[in-house]
Design a protein. Structure first.
Lengths: 112, 110
């Protein structure tokens, strides 16, 4: 248990569906992140939130929409995804300006 | 653009062997290098290195950083099947964001 909880753990969706991934951290951190992990590729940073403000959008397509209502919760809203978006989506948290990230277990997304 | 290259991409060893995993990097205004272990889903933190030549050690795992040559190694001695995992190397630079390598997949067999 890393203190970062992600739901759902597995998600299968069609290309026309709308779904959301949820992340919650219980570590008192003030930065939260979404990463995408595809087979044989490095972890790709998608979004960074510091103190609820988005500080990084790593050229992510608009079909991925993040939301950070407070420093403990982070969402990733998904709509009209493509099959190539199938991947493991990892949420992480940290103290701002600290190097160490604490990761959640990930949400395995399959787009049909 | 920050870059991390890990080698080998995959490795199969027998229990009891010693392995060395490599990580080289290019980063603007280096701040730290981190090693993570990913067994099934969540990468778990192993080490953070900021200074050259100082070995970090935890049980059978150890790591060292060379900031002049821009690389780090992760050593695992007396490997066990529980060491089977993907080992990820990441660096932070000016933007304080982590840039990851593709990882080294280690399999330890009986």
């Amino acid at each position: 248990e890393t203190g970062v909880t992600q739901t759902p753990r597995h998600l299968v969706m069609g290309m026309t569906n709308k779904k959301s991934l949820k992340c919650e951290q219980h570590l008192g951190h003030n930065a939260m992140y979404w990463y995408k992990q595809s087979a044989k590729k490095p972890l790709e940073l998608m979004f960074v939130y510091n103190f609820k403000e988005q500080t990084e959008n790593n050229s992510v397509p608009s079909r991925f929409s993040p939301e950070c209502p407070n420093s403990s919760h982070l969402f990733l809203h998904l709509h009209t995804l493509q099959p190539e978006d199938s991947a493991l989506y990892l949420c992480a948290s940290s103290q701002v300006s600290a190097g160490e990230l604490f990761f959640g277990e990930g949400s395995r997304l399959t787009v049909l | 653009e920050d870059k991390v290259v890990q080698s080998p991409l995959s490795l199969v060893v027998h229990e009891g062997d010693t392995v060395t995993l490599n990580c080289s990097y290019e980063v603007t205004n280096f701040r730290s290098l981190l090693w993570y272990k990913q067994e099934k889903k969540a990468p778990t933190f192993l080490f953070m290195l900021t200074s050259s030549g100082i070995e970090k050690k935890s049980g059978r795992l150890s790591s060292i950083l060379d900031k002049k040559e821009l690389f780090s190694i992760l050593n695992i001695t007396a490997t066990q099947t529980g060491d089977s995992a993907i080992y990820l190397c990441a660096v932070t630079g000016t933007a304080s964001k982590l840039t990851f390598g593709t990882g080294t997949r280690l399999q330890v067999t009986l």
